[in-house]
Design a binder for this molecule. Structure first.
Ligand code: HEC
Length: 151
């Protein structure tokens, strides 16, 4: 009986040690944030919608569903393209190549607001902090189509 108790205690201890090891590893290696953590505000997404409606709707559609040459900016295909890349990658893509008829015309702030709107349209949650307009900070946020398991 005593042996069994000791063995059980050893297993429990081992599990605790393992859990500790794993949680510290994932803490060190995980990308600092994902789009599931509330990385923009609803006010920012609203500002982004205004900019989007003025500068992107003609080609990408009011429902972000794309048209003719312009690909969708919402839904499975879009998320499939961007999952695994960062919000910074998406913002840089927009900032340097869009709108296709006037590339480079958006400010970093307008770009961040439009990205916030795209995130909200794709059902990622809003939070209490606005998405930074600094592309360097935006690269800390991973786009993940599926919500990562709780850590
Ligand atoms: C004149 C039409 C036009 C306008 C206006 C336009 N786009 Fe595009 N967009 C395109 C076309 C065409 C493509 C695909 C070819 C390419 O990448 O250049 C594209 C591609 C994209 C992509 C890449 C999508 C992917 O999954 O690969 C993003 C993101 C994007 N546009 C965002 C925007 C945003 C945001 C705006 C408004 C600021 C905008 N576009 C305005 C025509 C347009």
């Amino acid at each position: 009986m005593k042996t069994i108790m000791i063995a059980a205690a050893a297993v429990a201890l081992g599990t605790a040690a393992l859990t500790l090891a794993f949680s510290s590893v994932s803490w060190a290696q995980a990308p600092s944030h994902t789009v599931w953590e509330g990385v923009y505000t609803t006010a920012q997404a609203a500002a982004g919608k205004t900019a989007y409606d003025a500068k992107c709707t003609t080609c990408h559609g009011a429902e972000l569903s794309g048209a003719e040459m312009a690909p969708p900016l919402a839904g499975g295909v879009f998320l499939g393209n961007w999952s695994g890349q960062s919000v910074g990658d998406l913002a840089t893509r927009i900032h340097t190549t869009m709108p296709a008829n006037d590339p480079g015309s958006l400010s970093n702030q307008e770009t961040a607001d439009i990205v916030a709107y795209i995130l909200s349209f794709n059902q990622f949650p809003a939070g209490s902090m606005a998405l930074a307009s600094d592309p360097q900070l935006q690269t800390q946020i991973a786009i993940a189509a599926e919500k990562p398991a709780a850590k």
